[in-house]
Design a protein around this ligand. Sequence first.
Ligand code: URA
Length: 202
Amino acid sequence: MDRAAEFKQLVEDIKQHHCSLRDGCIQAVPGEGNIDSPVVFIGEGPGKTEDELGRPFVGAAGKLLDEGLAQIDMQREDVYITNVVKCRPPGNRDPLASEVAEHKPFLERELELIQPKLIVLLGRHALQWFLPNEKISSLRGTAKRQGNRIFFAMYHPAAALYDPRLKDTLFSDIKKIPVLLQKIDELQNDASFSPQSQGALF
Ligand code: URA
């Protein structure tokens, strides 16, 4: 199967799956966007609008993410956008650890397929999943390497909706992404680069 077919199968598997959140939501919301993108954005889980439309980040938080992408001359179609959990938790409550674990194989398959150079963690749920010992308030705006993955943490756009003072921070962080991607290219072309190294990067 080629990548496009594998992705189509994954989307189908996500749409058809049954999990503990499934009875309480309208539909599962697969990730979407460019599977050749060097960058993947990971949020928490679908909200009301996403549940209704079956697409990630299409409500108010998504509009802010689109605005942020426009700051770096990108559109949502240029990147891949997904969530830790693919089904809306009731009343938008935080997903439970058990629910996140149920959905983990989907997220792992997305990342395996796309092999992004940079994984952008939007907010504490995405951060907790990959870097459980880190705090969003201290890590945001910085990149961290773990194994062969490079993460960049940002506030969740919904946080900037609740507290508009965070909007400037969100936008100044997103503006670091093109520079980071360039630095990652340079690093990977450096013969001394070890893909297994850990720790803070830039
Ligand atoms: N918040 C998220 O974390 N994901 C969405 O898809 C929408 C809002």
